[in-house]
Design a protein around this ligand. Structure first.
Ligand code: FAD
Length: 505
């Protein structure tokens, strides 16, 4: 192929940069492509981003690193899903768990869909998602999603990890395999007159030329935004949160190691709690239009109690939105340079991975030309916009009355037509599956996630009919089956300890 780039230059050594470097090197090393990653360790990385969705499993597979290798290095733990305390004030619905759905749930999930639909019709039926998924039971029992008995198909699960340590690990793997690494600051980007990037000039004076450039420079988007002029499409009218404060706390000796992220609603946003092997990652994601950074830090410290007393706080802010052309000229943006929504549901590493994998696929299929640029950009926009809708659904469905923030979130008239159809379709008496069939092509999340959020928040009309015995029996059957299946999985703490011990041998 005559267009194979000889030099690919990645700007940025955060999670996005090192994921990109490892995957591109793996795919193209045999073609004689040299991958160079430039980062300024003085500038540093964003330093957060500790939760994932299950898709990341396939990323580690694709670069040939096993859990037993990378997890102990990043103080990683397993993630079965996310719980959402205090988003809903409806009786019986003050918390729900968004599970990672797997093949082991196939037998029970239909009972959940059926009972939720009975409840939508006004029947007095149990329709809370927590009793119908194995990963929910695993999280309740503080187990890892690793079976003690079956060596068959893996469950869909995610991870929690220390972003800094994972970055270091990926850097060691990448450089060990042949990625060239330069630690210096880019002080100037030189473009050509065709809308491409020609070279990067480093503080040390070196000029770095490339055939193709990847912008992983974080929020500033040095190449895609500042040099090639891509503007962020503003999504702040969909999602109000634009700031966060993060504080790390020690693990408490008494607690079992949990396998869930907790996303608890506070007065002007929500707080995450992520269990790592050696500490908790915590943070408060909030709207800077509703409270100040100081108020947010005070509220988070009160929420965390004594554990946060001497801990440092990291304050962050961002513009909510995305670029429209993630691939422009000889540059593709991957990571925060593409834009950012917010950390709810931890979807951004998935956006990074999908952007990267789709780019690699289309670049190869188009024989390293820009042939598939338009379709690639459309697909990435579709993924981000679909993700935005699912995140916004959390705010629209909240029933809190304690602050103007939550009322404004709930009353927000700005939403996509497809999201409006889904929410209205749920509360109508028609078939919700038909509504999903007509709208999911505009969405990024699947049927199970929509049922879980709508039922989990208790978004139902009042009960008007007696429940059926069959529905009650099916609920009990599902609950018991999930608890029994979960009891066959390993204890989370023991599994993480044995992984660590094996990695020290
Ligand atoms: C509060 C918060 C919580 C989050 N939580 C999650 C989560 O739970 N799950 C999830 O999936 N995502 C989460 N994210 C998003 C996630 O953190 C990022 O998507 C991920 O870390 C990738 O960041 P990045 O590599 O694009 O940018 P960064 O980590 O910011 O890296 C940018 C890199 O570019 C380099 N650089 C910049 N300018 C120059 C220059 N001039 N010269 C040389 N080098 C330069 C920097 O030194 C750095 O190496 C969260 C984000 C925030 C803000």
């Amino acid at each position: 192929m005559k267009n194979i780039p000889k030099q690919i230059v990645i700007l940025g050594g955060g999670t996005a940069g090192w994921m990109t470097a490892n995957l591109m090197h793996k795919r193209w090393q045999g073609l004689g492509v040299e991958i160079t990653l430039i980062e300024s360790t003085v500038e540093g990385t964003v330093g957060v981003g500790e939760g994932t969705t299950p898709f990341i499993q396939s990323f580690f597979d694709s670069i040939d690193v096993s859990e037993s290798e990378w997890m102990p290095e990043a103080n990683a733990t397993y993630k079965c899903g996310i719980s959402f305390p205090n988003w809903s004030t409806k009786t019986g619905y003050d918390n729900y768990f968004h599970p990672f759905y797997s093949h082991v749930d196939t037998a029970q999930v239909e009972h959940f869909f059926n009972n939720a639909n009975f409840r939508r019709e006004g029947m007095d039926t149990h329709a809370h998602p927590d009793d119908y998924f194995v990963t929910s039971a695993l999280a309740r029992q503080c187990r890892a999603p690793i079976s003690q008995v079956s060596k068959g198909q893996r469950l869909d699960y995610g991870y929690h990890f220390d972003a800094e340590l994972l970055g270091r690990y990926l850097k060691r793997i990448g450089t060990g395999r042949g990625v060239k690494h330069v630690d210096d600051k880019v002080v100037e980007v030189v473009g050509d007159n065709k809308g491409n990037i020609d070279r990067l000039i480093l503080a040390g004076g070196e000029h770095v030329y490339g055939d193709f450039f990847v912008d992983c420079s974080g929020f500033k988007g040095l190449l895609i935004q500042q040099t090639l002029g891509e503007q962020l499409k503003d999504y702040s009218h969909y999602l109000f949160n634009n700031r966060a404060v993060a504080i790390q706390t020690p693990l408490s000796q008494q607690d079992s190691l949990s396998s869930e992220t907790v996303s608890q609603a506070l007065s002007a946003g929500w707080a995450w709690k992520i269990p790592l092997a050696n500490r908790f990652g915590n943070g408060y994601v909030y709207s800077g239009e509703h409270i100040t950074a100081e108020q947010a830090e005070t509220e988070l410290r009160a929420h965390l109690g004594d554990a946060s007393k001497d801990a440092k706080a990291l304050h962050l802010q961002w513009k909510v939105g995305r670029v429209s052309n993630h691939w422009k000229g000889n540059c593709v943006a991957i990571g925060l340079s593409q834009g950012f929504l917010e950390p709810l549901e931890a979807p951004m590493l998935n956006v990074i991975q999908q952007t990267l994998e789709q780019f690699v696929k289309y670049f190869e299929t188009g024989e390293f030309t820009n042939q598939y640029q338009t379709i690639f950009n459309e697909e990435v926009n579709h993924l981000i916009d679909g993700t935005r809708d699912y995140l916004q659904a959390h705010y629209l469905l909240n029933s809190r009355v304690d602050s103007p923030y939550w009322r404004e979130c709930r009353d927000n008239p700005v939403m996509s037509t497809s999201l409006k159809n889904i929410i209205n379709g749920w509360i109508s008496t028609g078939s919700f599956d038909a509504v999903l069939r007509d709208n999911l092509h505009n969405q990024a999340y699947f049927k199970t996630s929509w049922y879980c959020i709508l039922a989990g928040m208790g978004h139902f009309n009042p009960v008007s009919k007696r429940g059926s015995r069959i529905a009650a029996r099916n609920h009990q059957k599902a609950k018991q089956a999930c608890e029994v299946e979960a009891s066959r999985y390993v204890d989370h703490q023991q599994h993480i300890d044995s992984q660590k011990a094996a990695s020290n041998d």
